[in-house]
Design a protein around this ligand. Structure first.
Ligand code: DGP
Length: 122
């Protein structure tokens, strides 16, 4: 899927192309999951679709049903892989300026392994 709003030089695009390394957690034809380089929690994993999507909105609008199901099932499987279903976890996706999105490729943060505190910082 090509996308005119998508910056194909963003860091996650470079990781997907293999131009930048990552510590891989899971990969299939639709999805890649890897450790966040600057973790905010003992478990901090990023899950990204392989298609060119800037945001959650973009992903839901443009990805196939198979890609969407596969993405969210992968998120769930990773929470189990790290036993987070027992202790709890947080899923976060940031978008745009107010969401403080840094990398313009849709990604889900999976955070866990400690008490995370309230989710909104002021
Ligand atoms: P966001 O603010 O939601 O766009 O989060 C982007 C995340 O990406 C942030 O938690 C740090 C992480 N990150 C930035 N650069 C790299 C990188 O080169 N490798 C990995 N693994 N993570 C990165």
């Amino acid at each position: 899927m090509s996308n005119k709003d998508y910056d194909s030089n963003n860091i996650f695009a470079q990781i997907l192309r293999g131009d930048l390394p990552c510590k891989k957690v899971y990969e299939d034809k639709n999805v890649l999951a890897f450790y966040d380089k600057y973790p905010d929690a003992p478990v901090h994993i990023l899950v990204i679709p392989k298609s060119q999507c800037v945001s959650y909105d973009d992903f839901i609008l443009k990805a196939s049903a198979e890609e969407i199901v596969s993405f969210f099932k992968t998120v769930r499987e990773i929470t189990y892989k790290y036993n987070l279903e027992k202790t709890g976890y947080r899923l976060v996706t940031n978008y745009g300026k107010n969401g403080e999105q840094v990398v313009p490729h849709f990604h889900m943060h999976i955070l866990g392994g400690k008490r995370l505190g309230k989710h909104v910082n002021s």
